[in-house]
Design a protein around this ligand. Sequence first.
Ligand SMILES: [Fe+2]
Length: 368
Amino acid sequence: MNEDQLSDTINNQFKNACTVNERSANPIVKVNRLAYMRYGRKDLDKAINFFKDFGLILENRSENIAYFRTIEQASHALILQQSTKEYSVIGFTVDSFQTLQTLAKHQQVEIQHRSDKLGGHYVQLFDPDNNLIEVNFGLNTLSNMPHYQAVVSANTPTLKARLNEVVRPQFAPPPIARLGHTVLAVRKFKASLHWYQDTLGLIVSDFQMLQGHAIPAVGFLRCDQGESPSDHHTLAIGSAVGIGHEHTAFEVTDIDLIAMGQKWLKHKKHHHSWGIGRHILGSQIFDYWRDPWGFQFEHYCDGDMFDSHVATRYCEFSGDSLSQWGPKISKDMLGIKPSIGLLIKVFKHLFSKTDLNMKRLVSLIKVT
Ligand SMILES: [Fe+2]
């Protein structure tokens, strides 16, 4: 059996064992992009400094709120709010007001209207783990950034696109092109997966499975835009002891900017988590960081784009299944530093309503 046949056999074995859906037959709506992340932070200035070093552009701030943008001519990609506790809100968009009305009617919620910098109309929903999700239409579009200078072209053995120019990426925060995806740790994997499929129309690109288990450990979901390609994943969900924001990823142009970003963030003494490497699922080149509160953020480039025809694939979940090259996955990335706090969390978790029972938890720990 060659490597391709072996991979097909493993795919089919897991597919046959899996008891969750790959996509919804009739979703209420189909979101078309991840527009923003909104975070509450106890120290707004500290949070602003981290994201400026990370490469986001502070477009507007007042005493209690800061709006960041990316190079992309879209809406604000990150909103930080002064808060007594940390929180995360995910903002998606739909392609018409009528679609938003359909969602509001089905979910029996009111459409709300914003008068702040972000603008637009939106509904607020809660996923099965109580994460707040905002679905928007008509967010304010930001102006073009004429001062942004694109990175020079790469030369390949057969195509010399860069002539009479040199490569000199700046020693500075790497310019962020756009917001790419976010990842949630969930307690009820099946319920969460089906909620995102049925309510927002997300479809699964890849499942990572545990041997002997019918419910995946991780699911990578993309927007269903028919013939138009979407990022391999806009949202990923994974079974975990904790719940909520796991990481959020921002796209940069190329590996030079990821590497210069690493150099800059290390120079500024930020907390490096894992990288630089290339993922298997999604194929992107990655580098992971933690903000001052321990939340993870990723720089990436060169990710896969799939249209809606690409079928869901299945593979085995393990620490080694996360990258094709790069340093071995760090303990920091896995979040498995042993502590009394973690033990208490695990103990409490086993007595809560969850898909992650003792058997699945042991399997997860073994493979990571
Ligand atoms: Fe990621």
